[in-house]
Design a protein around this ligand. Structure first.
Ligand code: TYD
Ligand code: MG
Length: 453
């Protein structure tokens, strides 16, 4: 019997070592090197097809390359199509990452059930019965979706060869194992090998494959970074499990922009596409409440109006408390310091709590102005008039700085019935005819005087 071959892999970045060491020399993490059994593939390995392997490629002039308009498979899910850049590209590998329970399986099953293409949904995590129960909740009738519960890649390929599906979904890559590697499912070498087999299959058969990838504690996709390099598209499904809204983002896309964003709402019957996110994120409260302000942000390419809530109260402990949900806490501290200097805000005596509604996290600097407005409104207990929204970044000197895509923000605010928007004086506004009142501000002091003066 051949001696088993082992190698050492960093579980964080996937670097391979010949012997164990305490710290990975490539990603500098401690204690991440683990020994894994690797059986080198022998020549007889079964591969989906080897006919195209021998074809040697020769260099072509760019303008000689046949560039038929690339066809994309329409997934019938507008948000998913948008994030992919128009649909699934044949032969592409898409990786969908996200925290457990966020709805990855639900999203992909839902897409698989809606499709009019023959789809194979391979699950290594749930039984066929469990998937059927879920399918009944989401979309009871579907003739084109096949469910397979299998984890051995060789068996999966065998089924694929006989079924010949148009689209394949694998839930999840961490549960797969290949015979050519002896280490356990989910280990670095297994993930790498299974992904390589799937890529080879996808490219040869021109079938799009979507993989689900688990996420580690610190939010990166479990398994080596190499996985992200290998696939064509990396999508991330995120949101707060206590809220219903989910955001689908693209972190890498070889066939489209990574600036696109998809928004879903988790319901009892699956995920609902949210086509008009601003309308659901703003509360339709008729009473005037102090401490809330609406920000006109742009997430990716999409304008989005969201509500910012602040609560300012007298600090009871020596160190005032600061807490921010959905907003960078360091940025909040900076804005508070600016407020102390420019608006006479007593930083040391106040607790400040900030919340972005809907459980969405925003890092667009243009929400600074709304954050400041909400804090001052809560502090003075004077509510901001209905119909007012903000789009501006705040600098350290208390100046209001221009933001990108200001026209798009103004149009979105106008569409939603806002009558006034505050923007920076230095923003070049290209819009000619607007019914919304655009107020130009250059300094925090000016804003304070106008709103709470
Ligand atoms: P799931 O897709 O299993 O998450 P993941 O694959 O990312 O781990 O999603 C599970 C959650 O979604 C679960 O907590 C229940 C909820 N859910 C609904 O609210 N409505 C539904 O129709 C379905 C199918 C799930
Ligand atoms: Mg799942």
């Amino acid at each position: 019997m051949a001696k088993t071959k082992t190698a050492y892999f960093c579980q964080n970045c996937g670097t391979q070592y010949a012997k164990w060491i305490g710290q990975c020399t490539s990603c500098k993490q401690w204690n991440t090197i683990v020994e894994e059994v690797v059986q080198k593939e022998d020549k007889k390995t079964w591969k989906p097809s080897s006919s195209t392997l021998q074809k040697a490629s020769r260099p072509l002039r760019v303008n000689e390359i046949n560039s038929d308009k690339e066809i994309r498979l329409n997934t019938l899910d507008q948000e998913f199509n948008r994030v992919l850049g128009g649909g699934l590209v044949p032969g592409s590998l898409t990786l969908l990452g996200g925290e457990p329970g966020i709805g990855k399986s639900t999203l992909l099953l839902q897409i698989a059930l809606k499709l009019s293409y023959k789809t194979l949904y391979v699950s290594g995590e749930e039984s066929q019965k469990q998937i059927k129960m879920r399918a009944d909740r989401i979309h009871p009738e579907s003739e084109h979706c096949f469910i397979l519960t299998e984890t051995r890649t060789q068996n999966i390929f065998q089924q694929i060869l006989s079924l010949e599906p148009d689209i394949i979904v694998i839930d999840s890559i961490q549960t797969l194992h290949s015979d050519y590697i002896e280490s356990a499912a989910g280990s670095i070498s297994q993930i790498r090998e299974c992904t390589a087999e799937l890529i080879k299959f996808a490219k040869e058969s021109n079938t799009p494959v979507i993989l689900v990838g688990h996420i580690t504690k610190d939010g990166t996709i479990a398994g080596p970074k190499i996985l992200e390099h290998m696939v064509d598209t990396v999508l991330q499904f995120e949101g707060d499990r206590n809220y219903v809204y989910r955001i689908l983002r693209s972190l890498k896309n070889r066939f489209g922009s990574t600036a696109e964003l998809g928004i879903y709402e988790m319901q009892g019957s699956g995920l609902r596409e949210v086509n008009n996110p601003s309308e659901v994120l703003i509360s339709k409260n008729d009473e005037d409440l102090s401490g809330t302000a609406v920000a006109a942000t742009v997430e990716g390419m999409r304008p989005l109006l969201i509500e910012i809530q602040a609560l300012v109260s007298t600090a009871v402990y020596g160190t005032p408390q600061r807490s921010a949900t959905g907003f960078n806490a360091k940025r909040l501290n900076m804005l508070l310091a600016v407020l102390e200097k420019r608006a006479g805000f007593k930083l040391a005596a106040k607790d400040v709590f900030l919340n972005i509604t809907g459980g969405i996290s925003i890092d667009d600097p243009a929400i600074d102005l709304a954050v400041i407005a909400a804090i001052l409104s809560s502090n003075s207990d004077i509510s901001i008039e209905k119909g007012v929204c903000f789009a501006g970044e705040v600098g350290l000197a208390g100046e209001i700085r221009p933001v990108q895509r200001v026209d798009q923000r103004i149009l979105e605010a106008e569409k939603l019935g806002f009558n006034t928007i505050y923007v920076s004086k230095n923003n070049k506004i290209g819009l000619k005819k607007t019914t919304i009142h655009i107020k130009l501000a250059s300094k925090i002091e000016q804003l304070v005087a106008e709103l709470f003066g």
